[in-house]
Design a protein around this ligand. Structure first.
Ligand SMILES: Cc1cc2nc3c(=O)[nH]c(=O)nc-3n(C[C@H](O)[C@H](O)[C@H](O)COP(=O)(O)O)c2cc1C
Length: 336
């Protein structure tokens, strides 16, 4: 687009890779990133990603088909590596000729990257450390997302600004790196692009788009919240490998602490396997998020949100959010 020349030039490798107009991904958000939001983002020139976190292969099959009816633009599918049906889900993506698969939630299990590449799709990976990023990019990852702890949902321990300084100088020349976590405005996008990122991923800013099916109560909670309300969960038992989750503080925050105690108790008394314990925790999150997003129970459900939630003030169409991000980025680059 001629009106965003400077931003488009810095995004060129990202847009070539994604096949979208702008290298702005809407990160997959379980229950939120379904056909409506995904197609709206892609139709707006961004890149929508279906969240398959809690879906069965049959549900994913339907969701991809329904999304295709709403957009002829490219979109991706996010698969969680610990999903018990991961290989079947990859099979569903193959059946539909999905162009981009995002593997989230840990190191991809053996054979998964190969199975995705076998049907010609591009693989997007996450990595918490530079060493792991290099390993994943060597072993088939086509692009990398670095995500800082400002983000909503499951988070690592390091901030986006530090990850960007650590990863981009050594990776950006030879690899495609997208930056996520805490991005609320286009000025930040301009900054990361100048550092070598080929694009960005946002979740929180898009969760309340007009096309998002999130319950009105969920959206209202976002509009009211400020950055300091989006807090990371705490780990109560050092044995339980609980990945922290950033969400708006509510009664559900305390319920998660009790859930951890319950699962830790099962480790002691029932000899529960660690992997099973972790799966139970993840099922808990999927259920809690559903309660907030779909049922509108904002007291007891999980209101996963990043620190950029303070910049979400009203319901706006996805296209308006995408274009204001591009305008802000372009204005920032023009001022340089
Ligand atoms: C409500 C919500 C649900 C999310 N669910 C998922 C998910 O299912 N899978 C995933 O890989 N990331 C998930 N994320 C992370 C987003 O994909 C994205 O990377 C993140 O929101 C980017 O940071 P930001 O929130 O600061 O924009 C979720 C984020 C939010 C806010």
């Amino acid at each position: 687009m001629s009106e965003f020349t400077k931003t488009a030039a810095l995004m060129k490798r990202g847009t070539d890779f994604l096949g979208s107009k702008y290298a702005i991904l809407c990160g997959a958000m379980s229950w939120v990133s379904e056909r409506n939001l995904v197609s709206a983002i892609s139709n707006a020139g961004g890149f929508g990603v279906i969240a398959c976190g809690a879906m069965t292969p049959d549900l994913l099959d339907t969701e991809i088909a329904e999304t295709r009816k709403l957009t002829d633009k490219p979109f991706g599918v996010n698969l969680i590596t610990m999903h018990p049906d991961l290989m079947d889900l990859i099979g569903v993506c193959a059946k539909h000729g999905v162009g981009h698969v995002v593997l989230a939630g840990g190191i991809p299990p053996k054979g998964s990257v190969e199975a995705i590449k076998a049907f010609g799709a591009k693989v997007i990976v996450f990595a918490p450390t530079l060493a792991l990023a290099k390993k994943l990019l060597r072993s088939g990852g086509d692009a990398l997302v670095i995500e800082g702890m400002e983000a909503g949902g499951h988070i690592g321990p390091v901030s986006t600004s530090v990850l960007a300084q650590e990863f981009l100088p050594s990776l950006s020349e030879d690899h495609l790196v997208f930056v996520a976590g805490g991005i609320g405005r286009g000025e930040a996008i301009a900054g990361y692009l100048e550092m070598g990122a080929v694009g960005v991923q946002l979740g929180t800013r898009f969760a309340c788009a007009a096309e998002s099916i999130a319950h009105p109560n969920f959206k209202k909670a976002f509009f009211r919240a400020s950055a300091r309300d989006a807090v990371a969960s705490v780990q109560v038992d050092p044995r339980l490998p609980v990945i922290p989750v950033r969400a708006l503080k509510n009664k559900g925050t305390e319920a998660f602490t009790s859930k951890q105690r319950e699962v830790a108790g099962l480790l002691d008394t029932e000899g529960l396997e660690m992997a099973e314990a972790q799966l139970q925790i993840e099922h808990y999150w999927a259920g809690a998020l559903r309660r907030a997003v779909i049922d509108g129970d904002i007291e007891n459900g999980s209101l996963m949100a990043g620190q950029s939630v303070g910049m979400v003030k009203e319901e706006e169409p996805a296209a308006a959010i995408v274009s204001s991000l591009m305008e802000e980025s372009e204005a920032a680059l023009t001022r340089r």
